[in-house]
Design a protein around this ligand. Sequence first.
Ligand code: NDP
Length: 477
Amino acid sequence: MREYLKLYIDGQWVSPSETKTADIINPATEEVSGRIALGNAADVDKAVKAASRAFDSWSQTSRKQRIELLESIQAEYTKRKADIGAAITEEMGAPTGLAQGFHVDLGAGHLATAIETLKEFKFEEQRGVTLISKDPIGVCALITPWNWPMNQVTVKVFPALATGNTMVLKPPQLASYSAQIFAEVMHAAGVPKGVFNMIHGSGSVVGSALSAHPQVDLVSITGSETVGIEIAKSAANTVKRVCQELGGKSAFIVLDDAKLPENVAGATSGLMVNSGQTCSAGSRLLVPKARMAEAIEAARAAAAAVTVGDPNTAVAMGPVVSKGQFNEIQKYIQIGIDEGAQLIAGGIGRPEGLSKGWFVKPTVFANVRNDMRVAREEIFGPVLVIIGYDNIDDAIAIANDSDFGLAGYVNGADAKQCNAVAKRMRTGWVSINGGFDFNAPFGGIKKSGNGREWGEFGFHEYVEIKSLLGYAPAPAQ
Ligand code: NDP
């Protein structure tokens, strides 16, 4: 049993103001796996004040000092990778291979990228008589979700730190174990007191106190649309910057010249990774209408090949994160059936042989229309919908006919055509034939939010632009 009953404030592990705790349930067993402390508004106030005090000195540190600190964090993070991976499996059910692999590696990747970006980042630019300076914004509230817990924490904390900000992290209750170990990493690495603080607790208490706090200068939220809106509203009274990384319902277009069975199979098993709980997942698979039968065959076989079970074994898919998430996904599977979408794999209920744990069948609907709820609403589970298109213009129109605009995928043999299609997709991020890059800005448009994270653009989120007019350029040496 894990017991994480302290909060990390001003460089120390301290007891919360109240002795409230929450039980954490292992989604694979439905058993209590531990307890966490629940912070409140008084704890938030202490953490924000600590961050505010630390800002004066941390914001004045040199590039070299910050790189040294990030490298020290890197050394500690590397030591704790296995612990973080194990925590992720226990808290949100990612299979060991995935948790110890991609989950932990995403954190390491963002850290390495932050170090490289910091080495080159232009904090100042002379334009004519004016010096444009990119100053740290101040105290940042970082509010993260449970689905890729280390990715979400590291993609915010490191750019904020590298650009000279101080911060309070509010991790999700459902993934507080990995966040706890992350805070231990920060402490062991010697992050100066007050620069990084972490408060366990609920969004409605800790998250909303942070969003409304007058000494918080920026809130970065990754989460649902509903929560993103609530935070923006409560932050509005104190005119703070709000960076929103919200949901998605992204289109995966397989072009007519692509090897259809391979691409459909890849898109199907790809959607099932992390039990489909990925904001940027290609959850609407678009295939040429004339080849729907071929696509059905490939998707059915790929879904059947996804092994589901105990995440501590070599399965492809563990449970979904919680009972609530399980029920929500079941609701959508029923909606798909009721709407007349063709269920070709999976369906209602747990996979055969699993009577306990929040396991969902890898589910695929074919011959889906883009106006059905299963095509329009984010399900956030292992449920793929396949939609047929008539021609490229139709594919693009379907892809863009969404309230969301986070990601997109285009696979095809003709690189020029893929690029042209990708350019016409109205999203913040498009992957062409599997392209992946830690330096590519990541974020959405429309209801997917307004922020840009990852790489250099992630740094821009955390700086204010300041103009110093009449600032004489240094004479050439
Ligand atoms: P939620 O929006 O429920 O929660 C996100 C975070 O916000 C949690 O830490 C939560 O706390 C906190 N929170 C909840 N209510 C409030 C509030 N009133 N004020 C301040 N903070 C609050 O999302 P989930 O954790 O369920 O994550 C899934 C969602 O996140 C999906 O919609 C997904 O698409 C989106 N997402 C977006 C990504 C992107 O980059 N665009 C990436 C990953 C996920 P707690 O839960 O502890 O109570």
